[in-house]
Structures are given as C-alpha cells and as structure tokens.
Write a protein that binds this ligand. Structure first.
Ligand SMILES: NC(=O)c1ccc[n+]([C@@H]2O[C@H](COP(=O)([O-])OP(=O)(O)OC[C@H]3O[C@@H](n4cnc5c(N)ncnc54)[C@H](O)[C@@H]3O)[C@@H](O)[C@H]2O)c1
Length: 711
C-alpha cells in the first residue's frame, strides 16, 4: 500500500460500504474467549451499542456477524474493520494531519498496536491480558480520522476507547483527554468490568495500553533491571562467588522483560511461561537466551551451574554497594549470549544467562523445592491482576483446557486458580525458609494468594498493606527511587530514525554526567546506575517498534534531559519532534496500595487523590495528552493511575511546558510521600523547594516514638 493510499484509508474512517472480511490469522496470539456474562437482553443491548457506529443500511449485514463474535469471543471486536495496512509507527509526516501533535499521537497509537509490540493485536489488547487501547476496530478508525482532521484548537475526548468527539479548546490545552474504566466506585468489581466491556461501554486501559504510551517490553526493562540488581545486592553475602539464581514466571508483554533485565543485572534466571507462542516471541526477539520444554533439563542445567561453584563470570550483583565497580563489571559483560535452543547436553552458563521454561510455574517451583536447588531470588509476573480471565493458568490444566474452562465453567476455573496459588505459595515458602529472597512484583500475586487462602500472612507487623513477603516497591523501588522522584521517564523519536535515538541517548548521558558532579550522596548511586543504563542502552538492542527509550530519572533529570532534546530539535540536530512520557507506574502517577503506594504507611495508601490531582495538574501545564484509568497493574477496582504524553518541537512553548509540567508531574508525588513521612521524600522535597521559587509544600512534624508508647 502506498503512503497516499494509507493516508486515504485514515481519512476515510468508517467506510460507507462493507470492507472485505480479513482472514482470522492463526499465527497471531489471540485473546482468550471472555466469560459469557450477558443476559439475552444485555446481548441485544451490546449489539445495539455496536451498531451505532455504522450507517443503518449496513445493520442487517453486520448484526448476525457481531452477534456471532459476541457468542464466540465474549466481545464484539468488529474484526471486519481491522485495517489492512501495516500496523507500525511511521515518521510523523506519513500521517495525514493538520496538527503535528495529533500526528504524533497517531504514531503512538499505531505503535501500541504493532503486532511485534502488542500481546493480542487483533483484539486491540496491548499487554497484561486485558489492557486495551480501544474496544473495537470502529473506535480505532474513528479516532484516527478525528486525529487526522483536528487542529491545535480542538481537544479529542476519549471515554474508554470511545471517541466522544472533538471539542473546541486552545493551543496550550491537551489535544486528547483519555479516561478508561472510570466507574461509580461501588461498580468496580471484576464482573462489572466483564459486563461493561462486553456491552461495549468501558474498558480496562491498564496503564500505557489505554494511554498510547506503550513502547514494548523495553518500557519495563530498566525498572526490572534496577529491581533485580538491587534485590541481588540484598543477597550478596549468600551468593558470594557465584551467579545468583532468579526464578519467576511470565514472558508476556511486560513480564517478557525479566530475562533480559536479569541478564543485564548479572544473574542467572529461569522464567516459566505456559504459552509457547509467548516464549518463542521473546526468544526470537533475543530477550531470552534459550527455551527448554522439559523440567529435567532445567534442573540438570541448574545443577551443572551450581555444582561448578564460583564461575568467575561477570557479576554485578555480588559486588559491594560501590556502583562504580559494578559499572565497570557490567561494561565487560558480553552483550548478547549466543542463542541455543534446547541444547543437546547440559552446559554450564559461564555468564548471566536466561532460560525460558515452557510449562506451569507451579510445577517449576515444586520441582526446585524438591530438588533443593538454591534459588536466591524469587518473584512472579503472571497477570494476577486478571486472575479469572486468562491472567493466570492453574497447574494441572493445559493452556487450551484453561481457556475452555474459564469461559464454560468460571466457578470451577476460579477454584483451580486458587488451589494452584496455594500450591505455588507452599513451594515458594519452602525455598524462602532456606534463604530465598522473594518479592511481589506488582501483579497482585500476594493479594490474590491471600484471597485464595495461601500461607502469605505477615510474620511480623510492618504496617501498610503487608504480607509475609515485601512488594518490590516496599523494599526497593519505593525507598530508593520513587521517594526521591526517580521514575520511568521515556521518549519516542517521531522521525522513526535510529540515529535520532542515538543522539537522544548521548544527550541524556551528558546531562546525567553533569548531574553526577553536583548530586548529594543520597542519590548518587541511583544516578550512576541510570548513567550506566543509558550508556549501554543502544548496545542492548532494546527497541521493539518505535524508536523509544526508557530512562529512570528524577524531576531535575527529566527536565534537563527534555530541555536538551528541545534545544537539539531547535538546532536541527534531531530531525523531528520528540514525544515525552512515562509509565503510569511512577512517583506520582499511581495510587495502588499493593504496588506503587505500598510503601506509604500513614494509612493513606487507599486514597487516590494523588493520581487524580496529577492528571488535572498535567493537563493545564502543557501535556499534549493526559489519561486517567481505573485498574492497571494490580486490577480493576484496585488502583487509579494517570499518565501523560508531551510533544516537544523545539519551540519556546515546549521549553515552558517542560519546565512547568515535569516539575509538577514528579513533585506532586514527592510532596505526598513526604507528608506520609517517607525519609527520602522529606529530603528530596526540601531540596526542590530550595531550587524552585514558588514551591511551598506542607511538611510534617515528626512525632517522637517514645511519646506514643504511652498510648
Ligand atoms: N512490577 C512492575 O513493574 C510491573 C510492570 C508491568 C506489569 N506488571 C504486572 O505483571 C503482570 C504481567 O504483565 P504482562 O504485561 O507481562 O502480562 P501478560 O499477560 O502479557 O503476561 C503474563 C504471562 O504469564 C503467563 N502465565 C500465566 N499463568 C502462568 C502460569 N501458571 N505458569 C506460567 N506462565 C503463566 C501467561 O501465559 C502470560 O504470557 C501483570 O499483572 C502486570 O500488571 C508489573
């Protein structure tokens, strides 16, 4: 298809005549059939809702087709309207547009839906099993048409994938305002999502899925790397002289980052993945080193590794806290271990190495506990935010059996999931009793395990939302990163040119080098790790889809890096505008008591003022688009999260937007965390007030513990 034909298709939106039905592609990973939750009357309502996108003369042809889809898949995706052009991010000027900001949003939408990037691209599910960008293809077509027509004096309003319309606004207003899954709080149970989504009136936007900010698994690699790196530092005394062993599950959208991150962090890893397609996708992308289908082989491999004792391999994690030493060690590491698929005989990995085990993680944990394999680090990234609809596959059932049961007998399926979680926790507990450091990875694992009656009760009083094991935020990300404002800043080069990405990497590294000279001791280690990350990012081949980069940075870092990019665009050193954004999983973006805000201990972890305020504040300080979601990460009804996208184009307006919005976007959360008495945030917000005229934050007075003992 030529560029002109592509542009014509975009401008056309929903055609007046029936497009050809594209074939059902069996090569692609499809969403599981959803629960049959609607009554016959509600099914008619779902059909009526779907048909309102189309002219009446097409209704007689479309009604039976859509009803068949509803019966077969539990949703009406409108497969007939899936466009036939290649779905991928294109250079900005390939998009028909009257607003360059709107064109950048089209690029981001197409990148989310790129089959190399999205989990179930034909069902418009980007990651996490149910994280949707739109509910159906009519919405996609209509949104792209609106974006191609709109000017910088209009705002597109998005209700859970549905484009409500274009409304007049002004050039400094957001071009798009997105809400996903906003419901009356009493209607926020998982079945309310199932019903509303089947009716076509709401969707689960996850975080970056429904906000057009997903950049493939790279988006999570940096966060996962610093988590695994710092988790491994915690067990350094136990693993001295050998590679730490990390065991986890999930090679899906986000979880697929684990083996790559484990390699970068310098550990040996085994990741269980029940879906062979997902495992092979990550293998083909070079994100996991080998795929094994047999537990005997996995065990043999690990025993060979353990039996050999100290490997002398590069090992970031056993190092002391001196980040410079680690940086040097990491730099020596081979970047891409040679691929071997199901090797003939067990080989001893002489360096960080990642194994995908195709099978159920419960079988893996039980076998490792039985064999007494010294697992050092453990976690889980199955999609337990979505336990009953394909996020977690119970042990003892094949993938296909599970898919059938969750649709045909949801109650029995729920029992199987809960029994499976009890077994999984029992095996994990055995290994933890032998010294393994286990952490919840923000997927609601401990929450769902506790609901299933698994033994995850806290062993001592910690306060907050505590279980037997910490969440990665309680022990690592919260106190070391979020509390100081470090979060998953990211950018996308809209030229789609790798050379531009290289330039931005260099500019970002230069900023961090300067910051290192002036940084206080409390954040020098984090800056050093981040500097190492960005220096190595190009060599680690992280790009899947658009020319994007993730870099954990604090408010000062984000602002200075963004200003450097804007200057480079102005000078012509970068060929096109840059989109700035972040994961919602950040300092201020997300209120989630079992994840991002699990290290808030003043009782406010169940409040969502921070996330809502964040989006409102970003909207009037220069964001190009903002989004607010129910759910995301931990599950529908369990979290509120918000995000933004900002297109910078070298203008003075962009400079102003960067300064005003990024300051707020990070310091809102630091201020809230400091009010919750988090030590890092108290330090960070005082420093920010010294730096920033006009910033006046209410600080807490700390109470002497001795005084409280009397009460
Ligand atoms: N902590 C974080 O920073 C963070 C970031 C992103 C996502 N998450 C959470 O992690 C979870 C995973 O996210 P995702 O995008 O990878 O989801 P996903 O659904 O794309 O991937 C999960 C994978 O787990 C596999 N799986 C499910 N049950 C299994 C079992 N019993 N044994 C082996 N494999 C099994 C599935 O086949 C799937 O491929 C989500 O709950 C998400 O919210 C956490």
């Amino acid at each position: 298809m030529t560029k002109e034909q592509f542009q014509q298709e975009i401008r056309l939106g929903i055609p007046d005549t029936l497009p050809e039905m594209p074939p059902y592609d069996t090569e692609i990973n499809h969403a599981p059939k959803r629960k049959d939750i609607l009554t016959p009357d509600e099914k008619r309502l779902a059909l009526r809702n779907a048909l309102r996108y189309f002219p009446q003369h097409l209704h007689a042809a479309l009604a039976p087709e859509f009803m068949d889809e509803l019966r077969a898949y539990g949703r009406i995706y409108m497969y007939r309207y899936r466009p036939q052009y290649e779905m991928k991010a294109r250079p900005l000027d390939d998009y028909p547009h009257r607003s360059r900001q709107a064109a950048a949003i089209m690029l981001m939408i197409q990148n989310n839906l790129d089959p190399r990037v999205a989990q179930h691209p034909h069902e418009l599910i980007i990651y996490g099993g149910n994280g949707a960008i739109f509910q159906n293809w009519a919405q996609y077509r209509l949104v792209m048409k609106y974006l191609s027509e709109m000017t910088d004096e209009q705002t597109l309003v998005m209700y859970s994938g549905h484009p409500l319309g274009l409304f007049p606004s002004h050039k400094n207003a957001p071009r798009v305002v997105v809400t996903n899954g906003m419901v009356i709080p009493n209607y926020s149970k998982p079945d309310d999502w199932e019903r509303g989504n089947a009716l076509g009136v709401t969707q689960y936007g996850q975080m970056t899925a429904g906000s057009y900010m997903y950049i493939g698994p790279q988006g999570i690699v940096h966060g996962t790397t610093i988590t695994v790196l710092n988790a491994a530092r915690r067990v350094a005394s136990r693993t001295a002289g050998r590679l730490p062993l990390f065991v986890t599950a999930g090679l899906g959208g986000m979880s697929g980052a684990q083996p790559k991150a484990a390699n970068i962090a310098g550990v040996l890893s085994v990741t269980a993945e029940i879906n062979p397609k997902a495992a092979l996708k990550r293998y083909e992308q070079g994100w996991v080193d080998e795929v094994l289908y047999d537990l005997d082989e996995v065990v043999e491999r690990l025993k060979a590794a353990g039996a050999a004792g100290p490997t002398g391999a590069t090992m970031a994690t056993g190092a002391t806290e001196t980040t410079e030493t680690q940086t040097a060690q990491l730099a020596q590491r081979p970047q891409r271990p040679q691929k071997t698929q199901s090797a003939q005989k067990p080989q001893l990995p002489q360096r960080p190495h990642s194994i995908a085990y195709v099978g159920n993680v419960v079988d893996l944990w039980e076998r490792l506990a039985d064999e007494d394999i010294p697992v050092d680090l453990g976690s889980d990234q199955t999609s337990l935010h979505n336990p009953w609809a394909g996020g977690y596959y119970p042990v003892g059932l094949t993938l296909e059996e599970s898919k059938r049961m969750m649709a045909d007998d949801p109650e029995l399926f729920k029992e199987k999931v809960q029994a499976s979680l009890r077994r999984q926790v029992a095996a994990i507990n055995r290994l933890a009793d032998r010294g393994m450091y286990f952490f919840d990875y923000g997927n609601a694992f401990l929450l769902e395990a506790s609901r299933a009656g698994a033994d995850v009760a806290p062993t001592g009083a910690k306060g907050g939302a505590s279980f037997r094991y910490p969440s990665y935020v309680q022990d690592i990300m919260g106190p070391m990163f979020f509390d100081y404002g470090f979060g998953p800043f990211r950018w996308v080069c809209t030229s789609c040119d790798p050379a531009d990405l290289e330039t931005t990497d260099r500019l970002a590294a230069e900023v961090l080098e300067q910051m290192m000279q002036e940084a206080p001791a409390e954040i020098r280690g984090q800056l050093a790790d981040n500097l190492h990350w960005i220096r190595e990012a190009g060599r680690n081949h992280l790009v899947v889809g658009s020319q994007a980069r993730i870099l954990y940075a604090d408010a000062e870092g984000r602002t200075r890096i963004a200003l450097a990019f804007n200057e480079a665009i102005r000078r012509g050193e970068l060929k096109a505008p840059v989109v700035l954004g972040r994961d919602h999983h950040d300092v201020s973006g997300t209120d989630s008591p079992f994840r991002e805000t699990s290290n808030i201990y003043d009782g406010s972890q169940f409040c969502a003022d921070m996330a809502v305020q964040n989006v409102i504040g970003d909207a009037f300080r220069g964001a190009t688009w903002v989004s607010l979601h129910n759910g995301g990460g931990v599950g529908w009804g369990e979290v509120i999260n918000g995000g933004f996208g900002m297109v910078i184009d070298g203008s003075a307006d962009s400079d102003r937007h960067i300064r005003e919005m990024l300051l707020w976007d990070v310091n809102n959360g630091i201020a809230r965390r400091s009010w919750a008495r988090n030590a890092g945030s108290l330090m960070a917000i005082k420093r920010e007030m010294e730096r920033t005229p006009g910033l006046v934050v209410t600080l807490p007075n700390l109470v002497d513990d001795e005084l409280l003992k009397g009460y």
